[in-house]
Design a protein around this ligand. Structure first.
Ligand code: UDP
Length: 321
């Protein structure tokens, strides 16, 4: 099958491209390399079933051509990373909303199947544990850019569900919870690569806030397997699924574990949110996915424990130093 991945030079997209090629598919990636990196897909260039187009999903002419050729579309292209989102709010809103509009409009013309990547950020600062797909969402004030990301992805979800209901286009939406693994970089804010890079370089490990906030981290391979299974499951169409892990850890404990595992002499320091991001920045205290829904539909359960994930990520960062 010929498959299109938007944002396929990014961290998750490049792992997906690699797997789909291994499975024998023809894969086209479109990426504007804004956060994606050529080196993520460099090893794929030798494969005759792989094509890379350097362009934005906002280019409708190109997207028309590509989506006519491809039977399935994984729409991963988006502005992501809390740091980037806070620093470039206009880019975030426009890329995320307009990009998805383009994909869905063309999908409806050619009746293509689309898997739309959303985010656990859409739950906002609701403190409920765990987050179920049908839960209410609690957003902060519009003065804080962070929420523009959550809202732009929520609009994407509304659009995806609307195209499914109104035009019967096969669309499945996933909410990703803190995916990690090799090739993820720390420069847009993601905590594990940041802590690992800081620990390996002997620099301060920067815990934002008091470090009592917690997260659940999912290994990228578990995410990729879930995406591929959902794409192949008609019962998942017109629906929204959490993909994540329910192994929870506080950010302070995460810093300690990374320091210990890397044998680092780094100091763990706390930095107020106002200094780390923007004045009045809101963080989520806990973010745990309910996994019963996705388990029922595709039998999903995370297979990688945090220990293994950290070992692999540390290994990767040592290898590229
Ligand atoms: N964080 C931190 N230090 C960093 C980067 C992030 O303490 O250098 C914290 C961040 O404030 C949040 C958690 O780690 O509480 C996860 O952040 P990330 O940006 O990876 O993902 P988020 O869950 O916020 O989308």
């Amino acid at each position: 099958m010929h498959i299109l991945i938007t944002g396929g030079a990014g961290f998750i997209g490049s792992h997906l491209a690699e797997r789909l090629l291994k499975d024998g598919h023809q894969v086209t990636v479109i990426d504007d390399l804004s956060t994606g990196r050529l080196e993520n897909i460099q090893p794929l260039f030798d494969n005759p079933r792989f094509t890379f187009i350097r362009d934005t999903v906002l280019n409708e002419t190109i997207m028309h051509i590509l989506m006519e050729q491809c039977q399935q579309i994984y729409h991963l292209a988006a502005a992501v990373g809390v740091k980037l989102i806070v620093e470039k709010p206009v880019h975030t809103i426009e890329t995320n909303i307009r990009g998805t509009e383009v994909v869905l409009q063309i999908a409806s013309k050619f009746r293509r199947k689309v898997l739309l990547a959303s985010t656990s950020e859409v739950y906002g600062k609701n403190s409920k544990v765990p987050f179920r797909e049908e839960d209410d969402r609690l957003m902060g004030a519009t003065f804080f850019s962070r929420w523009s990301y959550a809202c732009s992805k929520a609009i994407d979800e509304f659009l995806g569900l609307a195209y499914h209901r109104e035009y019967n286009i096969p669309i499945t939406i996933v909410r990703l919870f803190n995916t990690v693994g090799p090739r993820q970089v720390g420069q847009y804010g993601m905590v594990i690569p940041r802590f690992v890079q800081q620990a390996l370089a002997g620099k301060d490990i920067t815990v934002y806030g008091d470090g009592n906030q917690s997260r659940c981290f999912t290994y990228v391979e578990d995410v990729i397997s879930a995406l591929i299974k959902l794409m192949a499951t008609p019962a998942a169409e017109g629906d929204v699924f959490n993909i994540g892990s329910d192994e929870e850890i506080s950010i302070m404990e995460l810093a300690r574990r990374i320091k210990a595992k890397t044998d680092s002499a780094s100091k763990i320091v706390t930095i107020p949110y106002d200094q780390a991001y923007e004045k009045g920045f809101d963080d989520m205290t806990r973010r745990v996915p309910y996994l019963g829904k996705i388990n029922k539909v595709i039998g999903y359960a995370p297979t990688f424990k945090l220990e293994q994930i950290l070992e692999r990520v540390i290994e990767y960062h040592k290898s590229i130093r």
